[in-house]
Design a protein around this ligand. Structure first.
Ligand code: ZN
Length: 90
């Protein structure tokens, strides 16, 4: 079953892997295709590096989630200019 992706605007392969995202997981899987999720996984590393996010911190994890929601277009936009300067889609 294909998913209508809010990120790329196309119908695409659904995400099949477990994301360990808690309550967000169902929403992500319903709205985001597999290629866009892959793209986020690359972006996530950059977000963590550029903003020097400590994932041991609750606030750090929230920050990553905020970026994720913005990147996947399921949440409000955030200022990700730091990352976008360096971001090169594959
Ligand atoms: Zn997509």
């Amino acid at each position: 079953m294909a998913v209508q992706c809010v990120k790329c605007g196309k119908e695409g392969e659904p995400i099949t892997a477990a994301l360990f995202m808690g309550r967000l997981e169902a929403e992500i899987k319903a709205k985001v295709c597999q290629p866009c999720w892959k793209e986020w996984e690359g972006m996530r590393v950059m977000v963590i590096n550029e903003y020097q996010i400590n994932l041991g911190d609750e606030s750090g994890r929230d920050m990553v989630k905020k970026h994720m929601r913005a990147f996947l277009k399921i949440g409000d936009a955030v200022d990700a200019s730091k990352v976008q300067e360096n971001f090169k889609p594959q």
